[in-house]
Ligand binder design. Sequence first.
Ligand code: ZN
Length: 147
Amino acid sequence: MARKDSILKMRDLLMKRRDALRRVLAGEVSSLKSLRGQKGGDLVDAALDAVQDEISSKLAEAESRELANIEVALERIRTGSYGLCEVCGGKIPLARLNALPYATNCIDCQRANENSSGGHFLGGDWSRVLDGGVLDVDVSFTDIETS
Ligand SMILES: [Zn+2]
């Protein structure tokens, strides 16, 4: 039962983190809007604004990604698959989940993944997975129509 309690506690933390991120993201969008509204046409100000905009959008990007990870983790908690390795189906140790709440692989499978890809894939960094894989799926409507 200890594991279940820990996962429930994790769910509370994830939900709090999700709410905080949502507030931050909402705040960033409105501060970006107010920044744009204040532009006086001065070149230095415009350059600073551009840098500010870039930093803000990079931050927003990272926060959006974390938010997506949290949504996935919460969905997995809801369906009961949270804390189970997506590759081998084994239980991911609580110590690993505490350090890395969005982990979906156990350490063994994570290492195997790192070895086979040859890269330094760090758990929690989903950018390469999200940027490289999922969106490349080519859905052809003609296939659906002819079948
Ligand atoms: Zn595994």
